[in-house]
Design a protein around this ligand. Structure first.
Ligand code: ADP
Ligand code: MG
Length: 261
């Protein structure tokens, strides 16, 4: 009973400083199963650091990160992936000289062998699984293209397929539409939305494009100087005076609906 009510991801009192500069300041945060939750905030607010603390790429100075009731602090990134959390990175992270198909196939083989080593039929090359993932992210037509020669938007789609190869229950996307044209952004978001629904995923994402954020997020948390200054349903966050001050009062380039960065 209580397991169903407890959050999928529960973060308490998280701190991270780099040489005295506090990038994550006492962040506490709950993510419910099945929710699509956006983390927003100006550049340098600490969004990527926050993701790195969840995925084991950084170790917090203090605080707890619990996924499905299990403490993640101190676990290496690969172990956290195997527990069911996958992510994409703000910068492209594919094998540029392999084909699209091979990139996904390698990811599937790597994951399945870690997971099932002794029990899986030995000779499967996961072709069907690879094809299924390419279909899912809309890259079936590009299967034999060299990954490094794809358009930026398609490389991001490929990254998504690679992330999905680990069969996550929680997906973390760091700026999934950064650097994309408006058309690529729209296609990517439609695809992410479909995939999250089709696979029943919980999604935590950062995004600078407010149209995207308000288009798909069920909850939004706002990071500012490493602190969560507001968290809640989109309308409440949109109307929060401190959030408006941060977005409208500083920098000028981060307004609602604008394309920051
Ligand atoms: P965001 O993703 O919101 O733009 P980041 O999490 O990348 O913000 O960065 C938050 C702050 O922490 C920035 O001031 C950045 O310069 C700093 N920072 C991030 N990673 C490191 C690091 N490895 N070493 C030193 N400072 C870092
Ligand atoms: Mg970032």
């Amino acid at each position: 009973m209580s397991a169903m009510l407890s959050p999928m991801l529960q973060i308490g009192g998280l701190w991270k400083a780099f040489a005295g500069f506090v990038a994550t300041r006492d962040v506490s945060f709950d993510l419910a199963v099945g929710q699509t939750h956006a983390i927003i905030g100006p550049n340098g607010a600490g969004k990527t650091t926050f993701f790195n603390l969840i995925t084991g790429h950084l170790r917090p100075d203090r605080g707890s990160v619990s996924f499905e009731g299990r403490d993640l602090v101190g676990l290496p990134p690969q172990k956290i992936v195997r527990l069911g959390i996958a992510r994409s990175f703000q910068r492209i992270n594919v094998y540029p000289r392999l084909t699209v198909f091979e990139n996904v196939q390698v990811a599937l083989i790597a994951h399945e062998h870690q997971q099932w080593n002794l029990w899986r039929p030995g000779r499967s090359l996961y072709r069907a699984g690879t094809q299924e993932l390419l279909d899912l992210v809309g890259l079936a037509a590009e299967a034999v293209e060299i990954a490094g020669e794809l358009s930026y938007g398609k490389q991001k789609q490929l990254e998504l397929a690679i992330a999905l190869a680990s069969q996550p229950r929680l997906l973390l996307l760091d700026e999934p539409t950064a650097g994309m044209s408006p058309q690529e952004t729209a296609a990517t978001i439609a695809s992410v939305r479909d995939i999250v629904k089709a696979r029943g995923l919980t999604l935590l994402f950062t995004e600078h494009d407010m149209a995207v954020v308000f288009g798909i997020a069920e909850r939004i948390s706002v990071l500012h100087h490493g602190e969560i200054i507001a968290s809640g349903e989109p309308d409440a966050v949109r109307n929060d005076p401190e959030v408006r001050r941060v977005y409208l009062g500083e920098g000028g380039g981060h307004g609602w609906g604008g394309h920051g960065q």
